[in-house]
Design a protein around this ligand. Sequence first.
Ligand SMILES: NC(=O)c1ccc[n+]([C@@H]2O[C@H](COP(=O)([O-])OP(=O)(O)OC[C@H]3O[C@@H](n4cnc5c(N)ncnc54)[C@H](OP(=O)(O)O)[C@@H]3O)[C@@H](O)[C@H]2O)c1
Length: 273
Amino acid sequence: MTVLRSQLATPGRLLLVGAGRMGGALLAGLRLTNIAMDILVVDPQPAAGPERAVARLADVGDFRPDLVVLAVKPGLIEAVAPDLRARLGDETAVISFMAGVRVARLRALLGEGPALIRVMPNLPLAVGMGVCGLFAPADAADSAVDHAIDLLEHCGEVVRLRREDDLDSVTAISGSGPAYVFRFAEALTAAAVNLGLPPDVAERLARQTMIGAGAQMAADRSSLARLCEQVTSPGGTTAQALEILGAPGGLDDLVTRAAKAAAGRAQALGDAA
Ligand SMILES: NC(=O)c1ccc[n+]([C@@H]2O[C@H](COP(=O)([O-])OP(=O)(O)OC[C@H]3O[C@@H](n4cnc5c(N)ncnc54)[C@H](OP(=O)(O)O)[C@@H]3O)[C@@H](O)[C@H]2O)c1
């Protein structure tokens, strides 16, 4: 896996198919940048925004996209594919956010022409702090892959994957990961209440601790172990808590089991698709 930061300018026309939670997050992230793109959104009920929007692919008219982002639910691909296929040229790159819909299936539905790229994004794209796992098959042109990476890097980091199957693991880690972080903040809030703090104070402390620690991780690229050490004096209060979190059956085991369950589910959904 390689972390990339490309220097290319993103090309002109983006067609976003599906502007729900994830498509909407991409739009929100792009709005934070000064990206110069002609964006057309297709969604039955698009949220208000500066981009042009139509309800159906059939209403796209003569808009010829350079990039397409497919952000509908995986179950809708069969319904969307025929209208989309008619609008794709050999120069178009299709970025699919759809969990579990494999390149072979996309190829069968969308034809031989377009470059196909699978991406597992996450919701912090909306605040320009996302991370995307990206898999491009060997037949995808470098220029198409570079364009896709350039677009997504406007909203965070892109990690390129060598194997398509790795997308299931990425789904379990960074795709679902924001929920684990929010859930941990909830657990920290509950622990604070249990110690006797008022709920509003508990939540403020937990939330800002997660935000502050995240910002520190962004600013200081020391190892995670080193960052932990900086908060932990030997024999002190933090050490006492970390001993419990690190015990057998503790945080590491729990997170490993949770991620395995998520990856297994991603794989099963892909097999069933
Ligand atoms: N949410 C996440 O954290 C996450 C993370 C990684 C990947 N993904 C992937 O991203 C994709 C979208 O997930 P989501 O959570 O954003 O789902 P979502 O909130 O349901 O968004 C899908 C959007 O597509 C719209 N839509 C339905 N039919 C359409 C059509 N024929 N043409 C254009 N748009 C249509 C839906 O409109 P209606 O609601 O009116 O039907 C909805 O606004 C999925 O394939 C998922 O696997 C999601």
